[in-house]
Design a protein around this ligand. Structure first.
Ligand code: CMC
Length: 470
């Protein structure tokens, strides 16, 4: 397209908005992208009425773009996911998690020597400070592994004050070497932190990382090695987990990734930002969904209970966990691959009985008008939990298995955010509907408003309340 045609095209793509409160008309240019056309919300601020600018209201960011990104692309209607343009199916078939992390964070696939250097750097950072390891041992025996992981990531920030913007100055992340170092440290140490949280739960000493194993193999090694001289995880199990890591590594602006950008916008250190994002991932509507799926399948317990469960979902008493997605209105491309991996894993571990319930649930849901009309399809979490169960992971480890790979995506967004000229502090506006200005009333002149102040009481508390106190 020549310059004149391009200019004419740009002029053609705009909204003409007339504000019938004031009669004012503005033209708002429409920008185009591969995913969707959009307008800049701030342009609407030109429509002022009684001194107030016009704003957009969008709880849950249902229709809001908040950044420009080159990391991953999703076409939710067609069920397409690409990392830096490469289809997820190809990466799952041909790549490794470490290579995918490089691709996501640095933008291109590495050359042979770059991959070797990257791999070595990650390996060097698999060891965590003994104080962090010691701290992890102080959690209660039944602490949720995500609670341990989140707290440890936040605690590790205190070990590196020299690269914390709050202490070392806001410009500290302008230094690319410092940014790279935090990436190596976080990616490298995650399997160690995650396996420590598992070892705590099973009452075993933490294992030291193995020097000659791949990222995923080393993780399995640290989880499971006891007193054997040589311990080598089964290569097919390593590959299955590797593929699951690739599938979970990145998914554009989901709740937790958006939170990394949100937190980073305050200038907080990357360890705290990653811990915060892991907190978002922990929720059952997000990364905790695989755990919730397993609990749901266990609750259903038998094929004969499925019709009643589906009825409860349609009566809005329950959610069909592992179904539905904000972006995919088609089969999640990751779910297809996960379903295949399930059968590969069963060849080694034996079939996990809950798979029968999952398959029947999927079959019924995909043919039921309630789910068809709402375009509810299985998402990545629907089958991953069944695989993790077959591999012997306790249910509360599932979100941890999601967090480890997703950190690669978070770090990619952090790096992109740091280099984004539009990276303003995130500060949404609210629609205030509270009281108008009024005066403070002294306590003895106040009218009492009925406010519910009860909180739940344990049986122990109730028993204590029957005691005579002096
Ligand atoms: N079971 C039953 N009904 C559902 C479900 C579900 N899992 N998901 C959505 N719906 C219904 C919902 O009630 C609504 O119905 P109506 O229009 O009659 O009110 C309609 O479908 C649209 O749902 P929505 O809540 O507007 O969709 P959303 O984009 O806000 O929510 C979601 C997406 C993932 C939070 C939701 O589908 C959900 O809660 N799913 C179950 C949890 C889950 O599997 N989460 C993992 C997501 S994938 C991995 C990740 O990103 O972490």
């Amino acid at each position: 397209m020549n310059r004149l045609a391009l200019y004419a095209n740009q002029l053609a793509h705009h909204l003409t908005i007339t504000d019938n409160r004031t009669g004012k008309t503005i033209e708002v240019p429409i920008s185009t992208s591969r995913e969707s056309d959009f307008i800049h919300a701030t342009k609407l601020g030109a429509l002022q009425y009684q001194g107030q600018p016009l704003r957009v209201y969008d709880p849950g960011y249902m229709n809001t773009i908040c950044c420009t990104s080159k990391i991953s692309y999703i076409d939710g209607d067609k069920g397409i996911l690409e990392y830096r343009g490469i289809p997820i199916e190809e990466l799952a078939e041909k790549s490794t998690f470490v290579e995918v992390a490089y691709l996501l964070i640095n933008g291109e696939l590495p050359s042979k020597s770059q991959l070797q250097e990257w791999d070595e750097k990650l390996r060097k950072h698999t060891f965590i400070h003994t104080d962090a390891s010691q701290m992890m041992k102080s959690f209660r025996y039944d602490a949720h592994p995500m609670g341990m992981l989140i707290s440890t990531l936040a605690a590790i920030s205190t070990f590196h004050p020299e690269v914390n913007p709050a202490l070392a100055g806001e410009g500290v992340y302008k230094n690319q070497d410092i940014v790279n170092k935090q990436i190596y440290r976080i990616l490298g140490s995650l399997p160690t932190i995650a396996s420590n949280s598992f070892r705590n739960r099973i009452g075993r000493e933490h294992n030291m990382p193995h020097e000659n194993m791949s990222y995923v193999e080393n993780f399995l090694y640290m989880l499971d090695k006891l007193n054997e001289k040589e311990y080598k995880p089964h290569p097919k199990i390593t590959r299955a987990l590797e593929v699951l890591f690739i599938l979970h590594a990145e998914h554009e602006l989901n709740c937790s990734t958006a939170f990394v950008r949100h937190l980073s916008s305050s200038g907080v250190d990357i360890y705290t930002a990653i811990a915060g994002a892991a907190g978002a991932l922990y929720g059952p509507k997000h990364g905790g969904a695989n755990e919730a799926v397993l609990r749901m399948l266990e609750e259903i317990g038998d094929l004969k209970n499925i019709p009643q469960f589906i009825k409860d979902v349609k009566d809005r008493k329950k959610l069909l966990m592992g179904f539905g997605h904000r972006v995919y209105k088609n089969y999640d491309p990751r779910a297809k691959i996960v379903k295949q991996i399930a059968y590969q894993v069963f060849e080694i571990t034996g079939k996990e009985p809950l798979i029968e319930i999952a398959i029947e649930l999927e079959k019924i849901a995909l043919s039921d008008p309630y789910f068809i009309q709402r375009k509810l399809y299985p998402n990545v979490d629907f089958y991953s939990g069944v695989i993790y169960r077959a591999l012997g992971f306790p249910t509360d480890m599932f979100p941890v298995l999601f967090t480890i790979p997703r950190v690669a995506g978070w770090l990619a967004h952090w790096k992109e955010y740091l280099n984004d000229k539009e990276n303003n502090i995130v500060r949404p506006r609210q629609n205030y509907i509270g009281p108008e200005k009024r005066n403070y009333v002294p306590v003895d002149q106040r009218k009492e408003f009925p406010i519910y102040l009860e909180s739940n009481k344990s049986s122990r508390q109730k028993r204590r309340e029957t005691a005579t106190l002096s």
